[in-house]
Design a protein around this ligand. Sequence first.
Ligand SMILES: [Zn+2]
Ligand SMILES: [Zn+2]
Length: 347
Amino acid sequence: MSGPEPYADGPVAALRRIAFLLERGREDTYKVKAFRAAAATLLPMDPADVAAATAAGTLTELPGIGASTAAVIAEAVRGETPARLARAEAEHGGPLVQGGEELMAAIRGDLHSHSDWSDGGSPIEEMAFTAIELGREYQVLTDHSPRLKVARGLSAERLARQLDVVDAVNAHLADTGFTLLKGIEVDILDDGGLDQTKEMLARLDVRVASVHSKLAMEPAAMTRRMVAAVANPFTNVLGHCTGRLVTGGRGTRPESRFDARRVFEACAEHGVAVEINARPERRDPPTRLLELARDVGCLFSIDSDAHAPGQLDFLPYGAARAAEAGIDPDRIVNTWPRERLLAWASR
Ligand SMILES: [Zn+2]
Ligand SMILES: [Zn+2]
């Protein structure tokens, strides 16, 4: 019987990779938290101290480290591939979907993602590091707006503080060629207004506008509401337009009803991208509406809507659907270089 596979990347990388794979594989987040917490504990430590704690058998005395994460750390410190990592690679490391590979290769960034400032699970810098590891050139941070209290939506003051953090993260990443862009997922209010001050909206690079409340509104009113949001000069992307949930732990939810042709015609008129939300439980818009938006001449944005770093790798689900619908890659704004994207979003 042969010994364990060698492993040279160290315990932090092993813990982060396990967490990434579990998130990518849509495992329950409580299973993932332990690995992220243990990585956060080790990150600032001197590797010699980690090795000493491993040798002394005292890893579990460190905050956030339990028996299973200590086992991962000990194996990585010994230069062996941790068994938990090998299992996660086997279960969740393969391709997520067939199709769209060529389009995926053309995608440079992602316009919709959340951090632990709202309802995401990880800090801003962890989202940025993972986006870099996925080869992205840019990632838009789009935490929720104030009215979405269940998601800890950001007030104007908190958003202003977040923008300083984004500047600091970018200063650290200056030599990577990657840019974390400033954004928001702004609630579309009942009257079609946007749930953030004009002053703050003007300071952002990209704004995704989404309906999160009164999803069952009567169709004529919903159409007016969505057309008004799309016509707002700040809106760049119409997020998950029907609001449906097709599968998953949150249960299912029917599509909102609205005049999709009118909404998509407004998107085309105002240069607003229709989001292809890549989350497997959303698959929004449904195929018949995706094809309608294609025929109306809309722009698109394939977005992960990631609430955890591993979910940034959901984009292939959306790329497969866009390729299946035969959408020209040049109409997908996140195939564009950063400067072209920013010029479009600031029009
Ligand atoms: Zn949303
Ligand atoms: Zn979102």
